[in-house]
Design a protein around this ligand. Structure first.
Ligand code: S6P
Length: 461
């Protein structure tokens, strides 16, 4: 890392660049950290040198865009564009599961242009567990790219940072532990590169008792079919937007559930909140304020007052310096942990998780499609082919798969799945009961709490 990022070299930002990149949460964190590092550099009187790439472009920063994750060529093109004209580029690709084709395409591009690019891969799986499925449109796999990187790592021409973290509390939900570890890890690395003093990190702990209380309030709103709104300031507000955007692919949640104003452009300012959200708030809606004592606390109080006129379900996650030095990193991390706990906990209570599986996930890219098929096998004990068939029937809403459907590409399946609802629960109910798609739909309408519908089917199967 120091090879490009140490202050001496950063005086020459014309020629050098650090690019952080990833998909979904990893891409959002790439953006979050590239912006934070640039601010820090400017504070130290260096020119900003960091840039970011996120699969799906800036729209993906605050909304779920899972399909571009499958495109290795697009990944390479985006990297090429952002680093045009640079002579030395340190590329940091983040893929928690060592799985995203978009990132594999970028790493492959770096490996093919070693005169300019030094690739770094950050993830949390052992190298031999990197995804071994051919990348769309080519014969490479993520694992084959990792193997090439491992070879070059011996001469420090590539770097692999992949400490083992263990499984996520909700299987596959790398936005949680994986995302937090990405943030800690890159902050440690960058701080070590930027400052001459040794880096020590103490992260603040959150009062989890209070967090649980908030989860219950938030859940109450979601169960009533009402809205939850994160109202934040500065980087803590940004973390709120990130947490909200992840709930769609993870839990199949509607955007309106996590009150997240969207239009042709994102409407995410406090003024947008006052114009478009506040007038519709009722006592069933929950509002969570995210701020610290370095924000304009009077402004927070004024907004809180206006919210309270509409709902008593208002809570604050407030960070105070309070004698103990609480850095912005500590505030950010504990806010991320709190938000992850609130949104995951609320969706668990809402019945979107069975055992530790997300049973209402979206099936909008190849990773999620495979995950859904494995989940169906695990929960129904049917064969792989029966489960994939059931999944396709649920995606296309048919009881019999036509020749046309069977010959469609995986890309078409995941694209179609993006327009359907409750794909995985529908497939599971069909597998467990042998019923038709229509009957499964009726069952899920009668029991909208998906976990309970699944439990009922399992009992009677
Ligand atoms: C995970 C989140 C996803 C992932 C994305 C990238 O909770 O919903 O959006 O961040 O799929 O995963 P990875 O393994 O490449 O970092």
């Amino acid at each position: 890392m120091a090879a490009v990022a140490k202050p001496g070299r950063m005086k020459d930002p014309q020629d050098s660049l650090v690019v952080l990149s990833g998909c979904g949460t990893s891409g959002r964190l790439a953006f979050f950290m590239a912006s934070g590092f640039n601010r820090e550099l400017q504070r130290l009187n260096y020119a900003p040198i960091c840039s970011y790439v996120i699969a799906g472009g800036d729209r993906a920063l605050f909304s779920s865009q899972e399909a571009p994750e499958d495109d290795p060529t697009l990944g390479a093109l985006r990297l090429k564009k952002v680093s045009e004209g640079k002579k030395r580029v340190l590329f940091i690709g983040v893929s928690c599961g060592l799985s995203a084709p978009f990132v594999a395409g970028q790493l492959d591009f770096c490996l093919r242009h070693p005169d300019v690019y030094t690739p770094v891969l950050v993830g949390f799986n052992p190298a031999h567990q990197a995804r071994n499925e051919p990348l769309p449109g080519c014969t490479l796999t993520f694992r084959s790219v990792v193997t090439r990187m491992e070879e070059l790592a011996k001469t420090q021409k590539a770097f692999l940072i992949n400490p083992a973290l263990g499984p996520e509390a909700i299987s596959g939900s790398s936005r949680m532990k994986g995302g937090s570890a990405t943030k800690i890890l890159l902050e440690v690395v960058f701080s070590a590169s930027f400052s001459r003093t040794p880096v020590t990190f103490k992260y603040a702990q959150w009062g989890y008792g209070r967090a649980v209380q908030k989860i219950l309030f938030v859940c109450f709103s979601l169960q009533c079919g009402r809205q939850v709104c994160y109202l934040g300031w500065g980087s803590l507000g940004l973390l709120g937007l990130i947490d909200a955007s992840e709930c769609k692919p993870t839990f199949g949640s509607k955007h309106s559930e996590l009150l997240f104003p969207q239009g042709p452009e994102f409407s995410i300012s406090h003024d947008d909140f006052l114009d478009r959200v506040l007038p519709r708030l009722t006592d069933d809606d929950a509002v969570l304020l995210l701020y610290s004592d370095s924000d304009d606390v009077d402004e927070v109080a004024k907004l809180a007052h206006r919210v309270r006129e509409k709902t008593s379900n208002i809570h604050g996650a407030y960070h105070q310096t309070d004698g103990v030095v609480s850095s912005s990193r500590q505030r950010e991390l504990s806010t991320k942990l709190l938000l992850n706990a609130v949104s995951t906990g609320a969706h668990i209570l809402k019945g979107k998780v069975f055992k530790n599986y997300m049973i209402d996930l979206q099936v909008t890219n190849s990773k999620l499609y495979r995950r859904a098929a494995r989940l169906l096998q695990e929960l129904s004990s049917h064969s792989e082919s029966q489960c994939e068939e059931a999944l396709l029937k649920a995606i296309y809403q048919v009881d019999k798969l036509s020749e046309d459907i069977m010959t469609c590409s995986l890309k078409t399946h995941t694209h179609t799945a993006g327009k359907a609802k409750k794909v995985v629960p529908l497939a599971l109910v069909c597998l467990l009961t042998g019923c038709s798609i229509k009957e499964a739909e009726t069952r899920l309408e009668q029991q909208p709490i998906v976990r309970e519908a699944v439990e009922a089917c399992l009992k009677s199967s």
